[in-house]
Structure formats: C-alpha cells, structure tokens
Design a protein around this ligand. Structure first.
Ligand code: ZN
Length: 366
C-alpha cells in the first residue's frame, strides 16, 4: 500500500497529467533546449522558472510589457514560478529578514531590493505564471528546533498575507493564477505538522513542501513528506520542491507527492553525468572512447537514436555546445520517461510492485 496517486492538473495553459516532473528554466530557458524541443519533442507540459533570477534581470516590468513570460520565452504551456525565497535565503550575508519580508542585495550588481509576501505575488503575476508560490523562509540545514519553529510560524503569517493579496488581485483579474503556500519546519515532524495544519485554513489551490534537498539525509526528507501526508487535503496537488535524483522520484510519489522539479537532469548533463535506464554514465571516462553504442539502448530520444557514446564523449571533451544540447535532451527525457512509468504503474494498480522493482534495480546499480 502506498500513497501514490495519478491525477490531472488543469491550468490556463493546458492540462497536466500527474505525477509530473517539471524541468527547471531558471532564467526563462531550460539551458540547451528550445521551447519547441521541450513542448513538441519531449512533451513537457509545465516548467519552472525562478522568480529571483527573472526579478533581478530582466525584471517583472519588462516581462509584463512584453506580454508576460509565456510570450517573452515563446512557451505555450504551463509555468510555475517559485517565490524567490529560496534563492534570496541562499544569499547568506546579503539579506536581512524582518516580519515584513526580506531585504537583499542583487548578486549581479549589489543593488538593494526587498521581497514581501505581497510583492512576490505581484512579481509572479507580472510574469503571468500559472502557479505562484507564496513567499517563505527556507532555513539552512541543520537548524535548531527553536529557530525552525520561529521561522516556520513567520512563513505561515507570510502565506496568509500572500493569500489575501492574491485573492484581491484575482477578484480584478481576467486570467486565473493559482497560489500554493509552502510547508516548512526544517527536519522536525512536529513543526511540519503544525505548519501544514495552519496552512489548511487558506484552502489553497495546492500545497508545496519546501526545505527539502537542502543537504539533509534523504531518509529524513522522505520522513518530512510523510509527516504531513495525512494532513494536507487529498484533493489538492502536493509539490515537493527541488527533488530529486532519478531513484528518488518514485519514493516521493509513494508518499503522495504529485509534482517535483530539479535542476539535476539539466545541470548534471552539462557536467557530463548522464542518467540512463541502466544507471549513471560519466561520459568523460576513457571506457567510452570508442564505444559505438547509444547512451541508453532503452531510450527513444534524438540523442540516443542518433549518436554513439564515443561521439558524445568527443563533444564533451572538446567543450562543444552540441554536447550540452544532446546531453540535456537525453537527461530530461529520462526523467520524463520515469514519470511516465510511474503514472502507468499507478493507473494499472501495480505501484507497490513497480516500487519494489526500482528499489532493487537502484540498489544493484549502487
Ligand atoms: Zn536518450
């Protein structure tokens, strides 16, 4: 028995079968892939863009002036934006938290800026995001129980302000934009439960689980998801932010998660780490020097249909742009294939068997 569920998420830019993995387009682009590759070739239904990065450059006013992020980047499908909180809180030393919000300096030029729960809703509405995140504080790991509690309760107060502001803006908006508050509470199950219970009042469109994948052991991340599984409303999507490795995707889904995002498939591709159905391939290794086989014999992507490991290794060692393009295309496809397997297994009521199979396969692959 698992908590895995299959569903459909409806957005103004299309319906999205869940569980879903969202590729990350930090600067309004998934590095190395065109929107046409993503939509038509890979079948991506929704991607994530980073509010902080697009806020500091080119800025929400310019994006709104040019028709919103969908039009700006020529992306016809769903867009989810984070709140900017995670990036701002990664700028340690450059930011100051108050009850009102967070002040920070741009990593580009040191200019002083502020995010409040209200302003980050407005920024994301200027982008025209389909799904917005409420401003949260993502404490670093590890953090003490006292600070984690204080921070989590501030995140709840911020979520209430964001929700109130969002509903006012929606009352006067011709277009629909969902808002998800974010469950925090670091690695303390009692704080996670308190947070989820407090956020229930908002009757939100969906709920995000933040503060995962920030350096804590994996078993602990999964335990934090379990802590709130029974509290969050079953009829709303749950989004685990920033996860995970290929073998972890089925584990989160088994704990009731519907949406995930991660930079790993694209970032690791560029660094030479490729995910295949048979485990990881480090393409620079000498063993692939004259290897004529495709990267992954079980993969139908353009890269695997067309090129040898030897050629990919050559492109990687030569620092060719095409390497990043082909490698990213494969890794994103691998993630999407895993999500398809997951959904098929849920729909055909054999998820526990699927989970056992992938667990033993990943144990074998080390
Ligand atoms: Zn492939």
């Amino acid at each position: 028995m698992t908590r895995a569920r299959a569903g459909v998420l409806h957005t103004p830019h299309g319906s999205i079968p869940t569980p879903v993995f969202m590729p990350v387009g930090t600067q309004g682009t998934v590095k190395g892939l065109s929107p046409r590759d993503l939509a038509e070739d890979l079948g991506v239904r929704i991607l994530l863009a980073n509010t902080y990065h697009l806020y500091v450059r080119p800025g929400p006013d310019l994006i709104r002036q040019l028709g919103g992020l969908h039009q700006f980047m020529s992306w016809p499908r769903g867009i989810l934006t984070d709140s900017g909180g995670y990036q701002v809180f990664s700028l340690s030393g450059l930011r100051k938290i108050t009850e009102d919000g967070v002040q920070f300096r741009s990593h580009l030029n040191g200019d002083l800026h502020a995010f409040t729960p209200e302003s980050t809703v407005d920024v994301q509405l200027a982008f025209g995001s389909d799904i917005l995140m409420a401003l949260d504080e993502c404490p670093e790991y590890p953090v003490g129980h006292a600070y984690a509690g204080e921070s989590m309760r501030r995140t709840v107060r911020w979520a209430r302000r964001a929700a109130q502001h969002h509903s006012q803006r929606m009352a006067e908006s011709p277009t629909r934009h969902a808002l998800f508050p974010i469950v925090q509470g670091s690695t303390f199950p009692d704080l996670r439960r308190e947070c989820a219970a407090a956020l229930l009042d908002l009757d939100a469109d969906g709920y995000a689980l933040g503060g995962l994948s920030v350096g804590e052991p994996r078993a602990l991340s999964l335990e934090m998801v379990e802590a709130t599984e029974g509290i969050l409303p079953r009829g709303r999507p749950r989004y685990a932010m920033g996860v995970g490795m290929p073998a972890e995707l089925p584990e989160y889904v088994a704990r009731g998660v519907d949406m995930m995002d991660c930079v790993l498939p694209s970032r690791n591709a560029r660094n030479g780490c490729l995910f295949t159905s048979q485990g990881r391939v480090t393409i620079k290794q000498a063993r692939y020097r004259d290897d004529p086989r495709p990267l992954d014999e079980n993969c139908g992507c353009y890269t695997c249909r067309s090129f040898s490991r030897a050629y990919l290794r050559h492109l990687f060692l030569s620092g060719e742009i095409l390497y990043a393009v082909l490698a990213t295309r494969h890794n994103v496809r691998r993630y999407l294939d895993i999500m398809r397997e997951i959904r098929d297994a849920i729909v055909s009521v054999r998820y526990p068997e699927y989970l056992n199979f992938v667990r033993s396969a990943s144990a074998d692959a080390g």
